[in-house]
Design a protein around this ligand. Structure first.
Ligand SMILES: [Ca+2]
Ligand SMILES: [Ca+2]
Ligand SMILES: [Ca+2]
Ligand SMILES: [Ca+2]
Length: 447
């Protein structure tokens, strides 16, 4: 510790309330120069930093340096970081499994290179009264209450044009069901879910930190609207059926878009946007984008952020379109899993520039030669998350090997391609019947 006698230099006076070390090595050359104060002190050049330079002075044996050892920096009232800052935890996978009259939400927590199945009882279960055929593929994950853990929501068809959005909040170890009344309900005769099909997606459309829900509703005759439900943290606010965007004619959802609707922040402004892959027929296709203003969607023209006049057959994509930040540059990109027939398939990628999508070519970021990868074994079980926590989004599929054998395959992004983690997958089991899951697979950080 410094004492009142050791107040010879300005540097000492400045740091006299703290512990320091005085060192010398003989000779006449100074060990520190003016301007070094605050810089690191190394045990050997370029090796371990042991402290921070306070200043220099001349003692009876020559030039000396005063430095503060790293372990005493807290004497200054600063906090010492003794461990790495926390990394974002990798994303997990969930499915909604049909148990006849009942249902269970199964989860797999990522360990960074495998998935740990949380057991057949699931993070939520009910023995009767929940009919997943009323949900279809309308299961999504997002952080609806804004606590940092992703939650699950399902859009349930009660028949006669009544519908509710049910929510399960994650506790990090289980899902707690927020009552069958749901976070939003449409009374009889007011919302026909068959008109939204599986065009239900999750994003933070107003950028308030809580995830919201959007659906693309087909009014028939080419009339279509994007409906939005903003999360309040404990319910969904749906204000006008007019939606955040609508057109009275010329937009054909059921046969031109199907389920190819995704959310992502394509222009990196903090608000999630919408994209669909629209089939113009005869191999012509375009990716249409709606940018969020926080209160509405601005349609970026039918020209789209990418278009091709021929050769891209969306019936070979089906519903296998996803969005994620595959190159890790901050804006969300698009990927499809394209069926080349004879069990050949490729993952195509479009990287966002913020105002358009740049197609990375039909060789794809991953390609399976003939006989290797059957799209019929996936259905639409293709989802996006950062499963190894490196900051780049990856793809997972749940592959049906038939007779109850199922595996979760992972495709890790390198930023310029996907590295397939092998047929063994990050998890596999017998006795897991994917026909009971259908398309109800979602990824998120559930813990
Ligand atoms: Ca929101
Ligand atoms: Ca945006
Ligand atoms: Ca990107
Ligand atoms: Ca990753």
């Amino acid at each position: 510790m410094c004492s009142p006698r050791d107040t010879g230099s300005p540097a000492e006076r400045m740091f006299c309330s703290a512990t320091y070390v005085r060192v010398f090595k003989g000779g006449t050359r100074p060990m520190a120069l003016g301007g070094d104060s605050g810089g690191p002190v190394f045990d050997k050049p370029g090796r371990n930093a042991v402290g921070i330079v306070i200043g220099e002075r001349y003692g009876k044996d020559g030039p000396e340096m005063l430095y503060m050892p790293i372990e005493y920096i807290s004497d200054l009232g600063l906090e010492v970081l003794t461990s790495e800052p926390p990394r974002p935890s990798p994303d997990d996978v969930a499915t909604f499994y049909d148990f006849g009259a009942g249902a269970r939400i199964h989860t797999w927590l990522s360990r960074g290179s495998s998935f740990a199945y949380q057991g057949p009882r699931g993070w939520w279960r009910v023995s009767r009264g929940y009919a997943l055929e009323q949900v279809g593929g309308r299961m999504v994950a997002g952080d609806f209450d804004g606590d940092g853990d992703d939650d699950v929501a399902a859009f349930y068809d009660y028949g006669r044009a009544a519908a509710r959005i049910h929510v399960w909040l994650s506790s990090g170890r289980s899902f707690s069901y927020r009552l069958s009344t749901g976070w939003w309900q449409a009374h009889r005769g007011t919302y026909r879910l068959s008109k939204a099909a599986d065009r239900m997606t999750v994003g933070d459309y107003n950028g308030d930190g809580k995830d919201d829900i959007a659906a693309f509703y087909d009014y028939g005759g080419g009339e279509a609207r994007i409906h939005v439900w903003l999360s309040t943290g404990s319910s969904f606010g749906y204000r006008w059926s007019i939606g955040w965007w609508g057109t009275s004619r010329g937009y054909w959802l059921w046969n031109k878009v199907g389920d190819r609707m995704v959310s992502g922040d394509f222009n990196r402004d903090g608000r999630d946007d919408i994209a669909v892959f629209y089939d113009y027929g005869a191999g012509a296709a375009r990716i249409h984008v709606w940018l969020s203003t926080g209160r509405s969607f601005t349609y970026k023209s039918s020209g789209g952020w990418w278009s091709v006049k021929r050769g891209y057959w969306l019936n070979r994509v089906g519903g296998r379109m996803v969005a994620g930040d595959f190159d890790g540059d901050g804006d969300d990109d698009i990927a499809t899993f394209y069926d080349y027939g004879s069990a050949a398939a490729r993952v195509h990628v479009w990287l966002s520039s913020g105002s358009s999508f740049s197609y990375q070519g039909n060789t794809g970021w991953w390609a399976a030669p003939r006989g290797w990868y059957r799209m019929s074994a996936l259905a639409d079980r293709m989802t996006v998350g950062d499963f190894n926590g490196d900051g780049r989004d990856d793809i997972a599929t749940f592959y049906d090997y038939r007779r109850g054998i199922a595996r979760i395959h992972v495709f890790l992004s390198t930023g310029g391609s996907f590295t397939y983690q092998g047929n063994g997958g990050w998890w596999g089991s017998s006795g897991y019947w994917l026909e009971k899951v259908g398309d109800r697979m979602a990824a998120g950080g559930f813990k």
